[in-house]
Design a protein around this ligand. Structure first.
Ligand code: FE2
Length: 322
């Protein structure tokens, strides 16, 4: 009996030691590996908005209503406009948040009820803080509309904290030439920095709450690790090519049109362009600090309470929202 017991005790101790060792290796792995894990992959859904503009909408949808502080992400097109058939977004209001338009191809004309107008060319960004309210139109520019051509871009909606929801509207219009870019030493990864900092380049756009918005292009087989502040929620939207977003042997390959949402379990996001792809990987990496306030939304109005929402609709109807 005593012999059996001794063997059992020795086995138990060995097992405990093994368990302790594996715990050690797990915890040290956790310390070394600060790459965020992929938590969700959401395929964008084709839809139409405005006067019938084709969109790929990542959210809101049945799976995700918002991703604090972000309220919506649309990929506009890619679509070929038929000459003379203008499709855009005629007069509509916004209150309580920001719209960020980033055009890759095409030309858009923007006009608001206060007389502010401008052209967004391919590569340009318009960061509009609607604040207390604007009524505007976003239409293909006249010549572009007449001649037709490829339209491709993005619109992101960024929520505003309660303290800024009724701020005076503000526009930041940054032409492609003024958007900072960064590159790795070998030149195989380049980034346009619309908000935040990447590869040593800092954005020129001022954001109300801390936001990062980057357009990465990676040649096939190359990778990058982008630091992410720990409080940030962050996602990637794949525009072209195929990417891998975790450092493991069974990492899923993610193709264009997909949104990749990351857990907040690390300080970096890993991005790799698959080796056998004929086209480089292009993606948007977008993140920000969650606002953590109640959201009451109705179409183009995003407030904190139902009462404020009714007020927004009321102000719009009475011509007070301008
Ligand atoms: Fe709009």
């Amino acid at each position: 009996m005593s012999k059996i017991n001794n063997t059992k005790i020795i086995n138990d101790i060995e097992q405990q030691q093994k368990a302790a060792m594996s715990l050690d290796s797990n915890s040290s792995n956790k310390k070394i590996n600060s790459i965020r894990s992929v938590s969700k992959i959401i395929k964008s859904e084709m839809t139409q908005d405005g006067e019938g503009v084709t969109l790929n909408r990542s959210f809101p949808n049945n799976f995700i209503s918002e991703f604090d502080p972000f309220l919506l992400l649309d990929e506009i097109g890619p679509t070929d406009l038929i000459p003379g058939k203008q499709k855009g977004f005629p007069d509509h209001p916004h209150r309580g948040f920001e719209t960020v338009t980033y055009l890759l191809e095409g030309k858009f004309e923007h006009k608001d009820s206060q007389g502010h107008a401008g052209i967004i060319n391919s590569g340009d960004v318009q960061w509009m803080t609607a604040g207390s309210g604007v009524i505007h139109s976003e239409m293909p520019e006249k010549e572009f509309s007449k001649n037709g051509g490829r339209l491709h871009g993005f619109q992101l909606w960024v929520n505003l904290p309660k303290s800024n929801k009724m701020m005076k509207p503000r526009y930041q219009e940054i032409p492609q030439s003024k958007i900072p870019t960064g590159t790795t030493e070998n030149g195989n990864v380049i980034v346009k920095v619309i908000a935040g900092t990447s590869l040593g380049s800092k954005a020129v756009i001022d954001t109300i709450t801390p936001i990062m918005y980057m357009h990465f292009k990676l040649e096939s087989g190359y990778s990058i690790v982008q630091p992410i502040p720990k409080e940030y929620n962050v996602f990637v939207y794949v525009i072209k090519g195929k990417g891998i977003f975790e450092r493991s042997n069974n990492s899923q390959i993610i193709e264009r049109g997909n949104l990749v949402i990351f857990d907040k379990d690390g300080k970096e996001v890993y991005i790799k362009a698959v080796e056998d792809s004929k086209v480089p990987l292009e993606l948007l990496l977008i993140g920000g600090i969650p606002i953590k306030e109640p959201i009451a939304r109705y179409g183009p109005f995003v407030m904190n309470t139902q009462q404020e929402l009714y007020q927004a609709v009321e102000d719009y109807r009475n011509g007070k929202l301008r």
